[in-house]
Write a protein of this length. Structure first.
Lengths: 252, 295
């Protein structure tokens, strides 16, 4: 249940968190990390560095082996199974493997996130079209997910993650299969959410996303935090830079 | 309201998704209900007949000679001291003769020349309705035969014994077919739901990830189980009704069957059978959903 363990402006708080998979794979070790409400944080590092595990811990797809994970007021380790939905409704996650339903249409795949919170049908349809328009996928509205390219599937997964305007967006390699133009569209969508106050964690290899940005970049190496590249989240709004990839993109 | 609409939509989708196994399950549930209710129908009618028999049940105590006033009083005292006796009636030889004459009707001539006291006098003992157990009737009959001047005690022993044995047998058959009903409905439905769950595992995992509640995930499967139970039981009862009417039609003539008061289930019993089957199927679905989804 709700645990008031972190200060109100802190939305994600990890204290000395470790995750060990059997038999003895240390995915992350002793990680402490605090993310404030409305912040954008990039998680970088080589494959196997622990980026995905970290996101999975935050979304309670995994429980920590050691340490405390507090997300939006919920202590992950103590959160009972029957209440996981309360946490998940605050989080939108774009998965690396997309997690789309192959035999359902693009619209169905996006709508599923809104159906579980009982949004009206008209709202679901409007919001789905709006997101598909932003991600240049309107023409694929009624296409089955299995007929899409990987890049298109990735965008559908992102659209589903942000459909409910969640408090936290977790994106695992969100631009891994995208060209420069579509990457811009995705980044633009994230930027729009950021301006609305959404906290965004992006696990990525794509340097173009975080180079020259003053948002916090955290590099993971062998399951540990190496060193922060920048700590500018305390700057005021005028000084806060946008994504470099957005330099030429219109403000949404 | 919106929850209900979403759940119903998911239920319909589940039913369409695995329609082949749904039909198999429906057939099995129908057959189980048909078998159970068939035997239950026979049993309940047998009970009804046995009730009627109880109404007519009496023990006839034949005496070796016409009892005097003192002896009558003694018989009355000794028999009526039992709580299970409703009333007794003394039948003299003459009264027995008259009755016999009436029973013979137009053939009473055969009795011409026969002395009016050729039949023994008797006492008719009417037990209370609670004396329904054959063994108790037997014990009571044994007691009556020990009374002085009693020739023999009669109560349609063979017929009643056979009939009660039949009722006992039907009780066992009903219990067995009831067990069969419970097993097939719960196991078959559990198996079908399991197939649906496995076929939709990917979607169910996603539903959890996007914040669906346990009820949101579980309810469509519960409804699916309940629906299979309801429809299966209704089909089973409908099939039994058709069979019942067919048999009645076949034996419409003056046969033993038409003499017996054989009736179909009343509405409360029909609704109870359908309700129980529905609940059983929902329970089967609930346990599978709980086990596989670990909710």
């Amino acid at each position: 249940m709700s645990q008031e363990t972190a200060p109100p402006d802190v939305i994600i708080d990890l204290i000395k968190v470790s995750k060990v998979y059997p038999p003895d794979v240390h995915a992350i070790s002793d990680i402490s990390l605090t993310v404030n409400r409305g912040e954008i944080v990039f998680l970088t590092g080589m494959s196997g560095a622990g980026k995905t595990t970290l996101l999975r811990l935050i979304s309670r797809m995994e429980k920590p082996t050691k340490g405390m994970v507090d997300v939006a007021g919920f202590d992950i380790a103590k959160l009972p199974q029957r209440n996981i939905h309360l946490l998940r409704r605050k989080i939108g996650m774009a998965y690396q493997d997309f997690k789309l339903l192959p035999n359902r249409t693009v619209a169905d795949n996006i709508a599923i996130a809104m159906e579980v919170v009982y949004r009206p049908k008209s709202f679901i349809e409007k919001r789905t079209r709006e997101l598909l328009d932003q991600l240049d996928l309107v023409r694929k509205y009624a296409t089955r997910a299995e007929e899409l390219s990987r890049g298109e599937q990735q965008r559908v997964s992102i659209a589903r993650a942000v459909a409910n305007s969640p408090e936290i967006v977790l994106a695992d390699e969100p631009t891994g299969n995208l060209d420069a133009e579509t990457t811009d569209r995705v980044v633009n969508l994230f930027h729009q959410l950021h301006r609305q106050g959404t906290t965004i964690l992006i696990a990525t290899h794509d340097k173009s996303l975080y180079q020259q940005t003053n948002h916090r970049v955290i590099e993971l190496r062998f399951g540990r935090i190496r060193a922060p590249h920048a700590e500018s989240f305390e700057q005021n709004d005028e000084e806060k830079p946008t994504f470099p990839a957005l330099a030429s993109a219109p403000e949404a | 309201m919106r929850f209900l609409a979403v759940v119903l939509r998911h239920t319909c989708r589940n039913l369409l998704f695995t329609w082949k196994s749904q039909i198999m399950t429906l057939f099995t549930v129908s057959l189980s209900v048909l078998i159970f209710s068939f035997f239950y129908l026979i049993y309940s009618n047998a009970l009804h007949i046995s009730d009627d028999l109880d109404d007519d049940l009496r023990l006839i105590v034949y005496l070796d000679e016409e009892p005097g006033l003192a002896l009558k009083e003694e018989y009355q005292r000794k028999i009526l001291k039992f709580d299970q006796v409703d009333r007794i009636e003394f039948i003299s030889s003459q009264q027995a003769f008259k009755r016999f004459e009436q029973q013979l009707g137009d053939n009473r001539d055969v009795l011409s020349g026969v002395p009016a006291d050729f039949l023994p006098s008797s006492i008719e003992v009417y037990p209370v309705r609670s004396l329904d157990s054959l063994s108790r009737i037997k014990r009571f009959s044994d007691y009556l035969s020990t009374l002085p001047g009693v020739l023999k005690v009669q109560y349609g022993k063979e017929w009643i014994e056979r009939f009660y044995a039949f009722v006992q047998l039907m009780r066992v058959v009903v219990i067995l077919s009831g067990t069969l009903l419970i097993m097939t409905t719960t196991f078959m439905v559990a198996h079908t739901i399991r197939l649906t769950l496995l076929a939709r595992q990917q979607e169910l995992e996603l539903l959890r990830l996007v914040g669906a509640t346990n009820n949101y995930i579980r309810m469509p499967f519960l409804l699916e189980g309940a629906f299979l139970g309801f429809l299966g039981a209704s089909c089973g009862i409908a099939a039994l009704l058709l069979l019942f009417n067919w048999i009645k039609l076949q034996f419409a003539g003056p046969t033993t069957l038409t003499l017996l008061p054989f009736t179909f289930f009343s509405w409360p019993i029909i609704l109870s059978i359908i309700g129980i089957a529905t609940l059983l199927c929902a329970a089967g679905s609930f346990s599978t959903t709980r086990r596989i989804l670990q909710l």
